[in-house]
Design a protein around this ligand. Sequence first.
Ligand code: NOJ
Length: 723
Amino acid sequence: MTADQSARPWLDPDRSTTERVELLLAQMTLAEKVGQTHQVANIHPDDDAAQLAGGRIGSSLFASGATGGNERDEGVLAANIDAAQRHAVEASRLGIPVLFGRDVIHGHRTVCPIPLGLAASFDVGLVEEVAAVAAAEAVVDGVAWTFAPMVDLSEEPRWGRVAESLGETPVLSGRLAAAMVKGFQGDDPSDPDHIAACAKHFAGYGLSAGGRDYDTVSVGENTLRNLHLRPFKAAVDAGVATIMAAFNDVDGTPMHAHRHLLRDVLKGEWGFDGVVVADWNGIGQLVHQGVAADLREAALLAIEAGVDLDMCSGSYAAHLAELVESGEVDEALVDGAVRRLLTLKFRLGLFDRPYVGEPIRSNAPTDASRATALRAAHAAHVLVSNNGILPLAPGAGTVHLTGPYAEAAEELFGTWTLDGRGEDVVAPATAFRARLGGEQLLVSDGRFSDRSVQQVRNADVTVAVVGEHPWRSGEANSVTDIGLPAGQLEHLRQLSRIGKPLVVVVYTGRPLELGDVLDLADAVLVVWHPGVEAGNALADIVFGDVAPHGRLPMTFPRTTGHIPTSTHQRPTGRLIELHEEGRQGRYLDDQVFPRLPFGYGLTYTSFEYGELRTVGGTELSGAGEVVVEIDVTNTGDRAGREVVQLSFRDPVAQVTRPLVELVDWAFLDLAPGEKGTASFTVRADQFAYFGTDNTTRVDAGEIVLVAGPDALHGSRLSLRVNP
Ligand code: NOJ
């Protein structure tokens, strides 16, 4: 043991984490404890030196370029973090390191598709790999903690934040959330290439009224438990280190004051032992939400509810000590929060290795990170219509690439990127040029539609890249109309009127109203925002080197007026099947079906499904398993991947259950003419739900399984459950 370790025994790495935490906690003054619960934004090594040395700052969000230079220049972020860290570790009484967090959402420097695009892959391994690549780049910049994955179930396309989500259904979102947690944190978050993850925003944020960001949420606990809490539970089960509270209220109680959901359910019932972090000024907003008179009362409500770390409201720093001293807050609550925060710092190895030091490597995209980004971008391409024009045949003639994103760079990152750089992006035009050369490619800026329309006549096929600018989705970017941005549909109409083949590529952060586009185009690809490899991925798909295999992770409604239209609609007295048309109470002026269902996506071949069958009976008894299978044949002349989806319906339960809910899926990669079998093992607990008393139950009775290419179509089979 070193001299320092005998003076400060919590520095001894041979002791257990619990022991180290308790040894340290026992030494801390109330002010030092409160310091640990205080997170500041953009820490400044000089301006914040005294606070750091006094142990008054526990964590920092982002970082500034205070040591000089541009934050985006290599090494600047890390040097700044180290300079601040030195004050905390070397000049403070107890030497507790600061926890540096930053939003690393879909790639750090190597930007990958937005989370909704990653979800379109349905690929757990790929999503884990993307998170692992991001973590390994982020540590170079001194980042120890990211605020991802976002696992708010998204069934409201007006809400801009669906771009950050992993889709609308609990099993997909939950499995991908767990994969991201694993990718960010590895087996051990103290491993030098890993960081702590944060599942956010707990809970119900995806139901914000009217799709307006930060708005109120009216939802009962039963719906929360049966749908919206499940991806969080999956993240907790995967060992997520932290959970962020949501800005919204749930049925009148803002989440930063929601003792029942945070303390009773998350920390109590689920046994979550990590850190609950506030969202940005989320504690302060309790005042605006009208449940606290001032910051002091807000701090009291939040610590009682179980918020451990105050992101940037300053309310804990200003009032917690005084609330304890006045007897209004039990110091044990503060101790509980600090215990969790210190445990995380030990878990991350921050006490043992507080500094980044000399950058271990550059974090610029490498061949390997680009290869991951390219595979992820391929998987984000969802082909939603094709009359056979795609893939473009070799010698298809002259291609006209047009639209506002033909030469785009950073715009193809999508929302929430702090560290990606425009110069790293391969634009669609660059990739098409590399493939076709100058002779066979015409590029026109779609913003000048006359020129663009003229060029249609000079080419054999037009590829129009349209859709949303990243600032039209993401936080605070909600819309009242999910149509294409102004002018784009008119432009596409002009392009199509000439009568030459038209391929439309839609970059977007949300489901859009695509009916007219589907009607006028020969093929439509929904690509989300794909990241640094945008152009290469598009060229690979359009020219057929790679067959599209992404699937829609959210339902595409017919119009804005159809929202919400997720798969989780529940039976009413007058609507008992998702497929039913003409039932009373539906809209008079339009069909009820979504325009494109959840799970939908085509590829360059076709598949024929057999009937769903069971291997070994239809009785699901106790903990037993049943294997169900379905044959799928590639009936086209190209190889292709089919994403076979298994959904279920529980026809009789204590509470209304979704008309259809995804329970599992399988990839089948089939050569032309090849027949494959998708096989699923099901257990009764996969059909468990929360009943009228909000406890989990499995009922005796029928479960209807549906296997098919999307949420609306498939072959059915009934199982009998005997729990
Ligand atoms: C507010 C956002 O709601 C949250 O998702 C994000 O992680 C924090 N700001 C920190 O940037």
